[in-house]
Design a protein around this ligand. Sequence first.
Ligand SMILES: NC(=O)c1ccc[n+]([C@@H]2O[C@H](COP(=O)([O-])OP(=O)(O)OC[C@H]3O[C@@H](n4cnc5c(N)ncnc54)[C@H](O)[C@@H]3O)[C@@H](O)[C@H]2O)c1
Length: 434
Amino acid sequence: MTITIVGHGYVGLVTAAVFADLGNTVWVIGRDKNKIAKLKKGDPLFYEPGLSEMLQRNLNAGRLKFTLEYTEAIPSSSVVFIGVGTPPKEDGSADLSNVLTVVENIGKHINNYIVVACKSTVPVGTNRRIKDIILKKCKMHPSKFDVASCPEFLREGNALSDTLHPDRVVIGTENKKAQEVLLEFHEPIDGERVLTTIESAEMIKYASNSLLATKISFANMIAFLCDKVGADVEQVLQGVGLDHRLGRSFLYPGVGYGGSCLPKDVNALIKTGEQYGESMDLLKEVEHINQQSRERLIGKVSVLLNEIKTKRTVAILGLAFKPDTDDLREAPSLKVIGSLLSKYPDIRIQVFDPIVKQDNHPLFKNVIYSNDPYKAATKADVLIILTEWNEFRKLNLEKVKKLMRGSEIIDGRNIYEPNAVKKLGFSYQGVGRS
Ligand SMILES: NC(=O)c1ccc[n+]([C@@H]2O[C@H](COP(=O)([O-])OP(=O)(O)OC[C@H]3O[C@@H](n4cnc5c(N)ncnc54)[C@H](O)[C@@H]3O)[C@@H](O)[C@H]2O)c1
């Protein structure tokens, strides 16, 4: 099959590479000449395990093609997937301007029958709007296209495997022909097929991300109380999660959820609820607890730093919002670094992340970049863990202790066993366990 994907970010490029690898001809449409030139040479522009190799393989095979021109791609495609960003607006609602621009461009270039399938996360009602734009604004005949909502569920860091082996493939469309085209296209992919209306498919995506966020905030709420009553939240949640009705997945406390999806999708669903007269109080509290989880960590660090009068130095291990990605969107590290810099103008912040580079964010101009975790820890008063990269779990903490000036560990991801760390002479504070 020949398909087009508009957008070459985490969703667009991964989908393109995987479906090209399955033997399809895949056009990827972008809007930036320089980026398209780099992609044509096999540079994925961001880090995702295995993506670079898959990209190169399919470029070499001639199955993956990058272009700026809709006219090159749309007329020969059976399906066009929209995978552009839907960032949050000031008020928390989803900014649909990228999607709507792309839809107009698609609409103008339809020639043969095509399914316009939206993978971008968009509020309920958007796919009907997409259909309207193509019909009315682009004056396209209804027999030439159908729309479908095909929400994406991949996780950054695991995106290739998630695309090939998803738990489910959701196809929301009111049209049998579009459903058949999409079922055939997804045939080599694992996962339950969930065939729904357009509105239900749109809601499945937001409901899923909101429930994931709710589990994380629930774990944090329990952790806050464990801190006060002297319980160990990891033992508590282990005990809770063994109940098969509940499970342990996403019941992990820490510095809260981040990334490009959960924070924006929770806020967008709150906004949709409000538009329809639903107050969405549960999700407002989920978001509030998420902010608190960052603030509590900053509070713990501040108590320690207030005791130090000269050359306050902290080491931060982990900058990305989660391991195996360089994505910094809504990463707790940004809030923690920003807040420490403004509270303590003379502070020295030494950071290490296995993937994130100093030029990935303007804030990092104000910190000392280290190329290994031990350098970052050298002469630090406090060591803060913000991302649970595996390599931090097996650090030589005896060595770290000798290198540090102080002996404080603030473990924002509960990756260490408190007693083991304390035996080495550290003072340890995790989340909901000390
Ligand atoms: N990142 C994830 O883990 C993930 C998972 C599931 C769903 N989603 C959703 O998928 C969508 C895309 O997310 P992402 O993380 O891939 O975003 P991203 O920011 O990584 O990439 C967005 C892409 O859209 C392109 N783009 C924007 N406007 C364009 C235009 N007018 N014309 C052509 N290209 C344009 C950008 O150049 C970029 O390549 C979002 O709605 C997101 O919520 C993301």
